[in-house]
Structures are given as C-alpha cells and as structure tokens.
Design a protein around this ligand. Structure first.
Ligand code: BGC
Length: 409
C-alpha cells in the first residue's frame, strides 16, 4: 500500500523459494517482534528462514559466533552487523555483492551517505541497511516524571534535579545494566552533551587533547554522578531488564538507544501516556547514530537468489515502515513517510534529518560507527573500569589517551 504510493519505487522479484540463514542478536521481546516482520515477509515469498540467534545486546557475542562460522568456511547467508565491523569483514574478502539489486532499485539515491559509507566497500554494496537507531535518548516513566514535577529536563542540571527527585520519591532514578556496551552507550550521550565539537574531536578524530583533557575529566565526573543513581544490582543486567524496571515503575528513567522503545511498545505502553522520550539533556539537535545492516556473505549459486530477495525486501519502503515502527528505529531510506510512526518515531525521523543537514550527525562510538572494534573495545575498557569505581576521573582520561594510542597501533 505504502510502496505503491511512492512514485518511482518498483519492487523487484529475485526468488520464490529457497532459504536464508540469518545470524542476529535480536532476542529481547521488542527485537523479536520486529524480526518477525522480516521473517513473515520472506516466508510469504516461500523463502525458508533458518534462525541463528546469538543473545547479547550490542552484538559482541554475535560477532564471536560469526568468526567461528567464517573460519570454518561456512558463513550464514546474512548477518546483522554494525559499522566498522562490516568494513573489517569486507577487507577479509568474504562478503557478497548486492550490486544487482541495489542498482535496479536505486539505493544510491535514497540511502543516506552516512550509511552508504558502511554498506558499501570499494564502491560495491555489501550490506542492506535495515534502520537507523540513535543512542542519545532518555526513556522516562511518565508517572515517575509527573511525581518529580513533570518537567522534561533540557540540560544536565535539570536532569540531575529530576533524578534527585525520583530518588527522594523512593524509586531507582536510573535503570541501567552493568555491561561494557551499556556503560559506553551512556558515555556516548554524556560526551555529546559536552558539545558536538568535543564528541567529534574525541571519538571521530581521536584527538589526544580531547581524549585526555579537562572536558573528558568532566565527562567522567558526570558518569560517576550517573552511577550514583543506579541501584546496587546493576552488574551484568541485560538492557531490556533495565527497560522493564522503567516500564514497571520501579525505576524513573533509562538512557538507551531507541531499541528501548521496542520494549515499551511490546509491553503495551504508549509514548506521551506511559512513557516519555527525550534527547539526552543538552544534545537536542545532534544525533549519535548506529544502523543495523544485514551484511551478506558469499554464498553458493543455489542460495544467491534468496539472498538478493532478502536484500530487496529489506529496502522496500513498506517494510522500512512496518519494521521500524515495531523496532523503535527510523527508516534507512529518506523517502519513507512518517505517517505510521508514533510521536517518538516522528521525532526520531525529524531529528535525524535535521542533524544530517546541520553537520551534527555522528557515528556512535558505543555501537561501532565511530571507530573500529579494537579502538572501541579499548575505550569500553576504561569507561567500564571507571564506572565501577576502579579508577578516578583524572586517571580515566589519562588512560583513555594511552588505550586509544595502543589500539591504533
Ligand atoms: C543494535 C540494536 C539492538 C541493540 C540491543 C544495538 O547495537 O543496533 O538493533 O536492539 O543493540 O541489542
């Protein structure tokens, strides 16, 4: 319906039948519901879905499982992957070529350059972007916000004041899971909150003066402050269980990418009524993005048609709408109407377009779009040790410079 309303969009048919084996980490309630939209679409075309889920938010475990499959010479058809990981696999010469479908469907014209930089390697399409997520969001329980005075915080001081009130009201102010990628997701927002130039200098340019300077010490101090609003049982907690704390009113807010919205929706909650979505205070206008892509591997001729069909299905405008409405993300194409999206989704689409045109769209460090895995992991390590109280803020900023330098090699 939606597709036919888009002038110039023509769906392609590559396969009826065949099978795809898909490696992914979409195992939470909201994620599984979104994945189901893709599964059903393929199944309606007679394509068999062979599921290879590898649990673990952020996808680290999935990447380890992938390495084993590729080493064994038996890669899956399609693999959920992020940013620099895709480029790294492309360098190994093991990925497929989606040129046939991308050219026919004009992906070049509708997928933003920021995504093409990762979905293409050496000028060739190797991955199909599913969505755009972003990490500088806060998800707040409406009830807890109202009890704390009802004002959505717009800067750091107001945010702290809101969390203090929530604490006084007897709930855990900040729901968080102590896993390195979650700590790093908070860090994305905190660093961005200290300025877009600062974020760019630190995480995109890896400028030692930004990584080790006074502002970075301040960023770590803010992380320490945030830690004081987290409950004692946070260690190892999965991100979706942290979302559940907000959904159930046990916690006030969660700083997390917009995949968290998928959990609220799955629980039957509505934006504006049950929960509120805001950009992390001080970051409105800027966006730290990550985009889930299905990276395609070299497969035998018997599997090629189904693989191309899967890529084509993913980029169809109607799928981009129906999938992302459930997932919490926004479309990876610029020509998909926002009509089916709720207010948070509409805001996400608008924020992304604005940040893109004002030069304030940056790859997420925590989710593999700012730096390659080796450097990302070096940053994770410092951030997590600091969050757990092992090093103070000054020492952490110093260690960040050394860790990044060592990882760059
Ligand atoms: C992915 C999301 C996913 C989240 C938690 C992120 O890296 O981009 O699609 O929902 O991790 O698993």
């Amino acid at each position: 319906m939606l597709a036919s309303s888009l002038v110039g969009y023509a769906a392609t048919s590559f396969a009826a039948g065949g099978s795809v084996e898909v490696l992914h980490w979409w195992t939470s309630g909201g994620e599984a519901a979104a994945l189901d939209v893709l599964k059903k679409k393929l199944e309606s075309q007679g394509i068999t879905w062979k599921d290879m889920p590898v649990a673990g938010g952020g996808g680290e475990q999935a990447m380890t499982a992938l390495r084993a499959r590729v080493t064994a010479g038996d890669p899956p058809t399609a693999v959920q992957a992020l940013g620099f990981d895709i480029t790294d696999w492309a360098k190994q010469g093991v990925v497929g070529d989606l040129g046939e479908v991308a050219d026919k469907e004009g992906w070049d014209k509708v997928i933003p350059t920021a995504l093409q930089n990762f979905a293409k390697y050496d000028g060739k399409w190797i991955a199909a972007p599913v969505n755009v997520h972003s990490t500088n969001w806060v998800w707040i329980s409406k009830k807890a916000l109202d009890a704390a005075g009802g004002k959505e915080p717009t800067n750091w001081d107001e945010f702290v004041a809101m969390l203090d009130k929530m604490k006084a009201n007897g709930i855990t102010p900040l729901a968080h899971g102590g896993q390195a990628w979650q700590d790093a997701t908070l860090f994305d927002a905190v660093v961005l909150g200290l300025g877009t130039d600062f974020y760019k200098a630190a995480f995109i340019d890896l400028d030692p003066a930004a990584l080790g300077g006074d502002k970075m010490v301040e960023a770590f101090d803010r992380m320490k402050k945030l830690r004081s609003y987290v409950d004692d049982d946070f260690s190892g907690r999965d991100w979706n269980l942290a979302s559940a704390m907000v959904i159930q009113g046990k916690a006030g807010a969660q700083m997390m990418g917009d995949w968290a919205k998928g959990e609220f929706l799955k629980a039957g909650q509505k934006p504006g009524t049950d929960f509120v979505c805001i950009r992390f205070p001080g970051t409105q206008g800027a966006v730290t993005f990550n985009s889930d892509m299905f990276m395609m591997f070299k497969v035998g001729d018997d599997k090629k048609a189904a693989q191309l069909q899967m890529a084509s299905d993913i980029e169809s405008p109607d799928f981009q709408s129906s999938f992302n409405v459930v997932k919490g993300s926004v479309p990876a194409r610029t020509d998909v109407p926002d009509t089916a999206f709720d207010d948070c989704g509409k805001k996400g689409i608008k924020d992304l377009a604005e940040a893109n045109s004002s030069g304030k769209l940056f790859g997420s460090m925590a989710h593999g779009y700012a730096v390659p895995a080796a450097i990302k992991n070096a940053i994770y390590d410092v951030v997590t040790r600091h969050f757990n109280g092992d090093v103070d803020s000054k020492e952490a900023a110093k260690e960040l410079v050394d860790a990044v330098a060592a990882a760059k090699g």
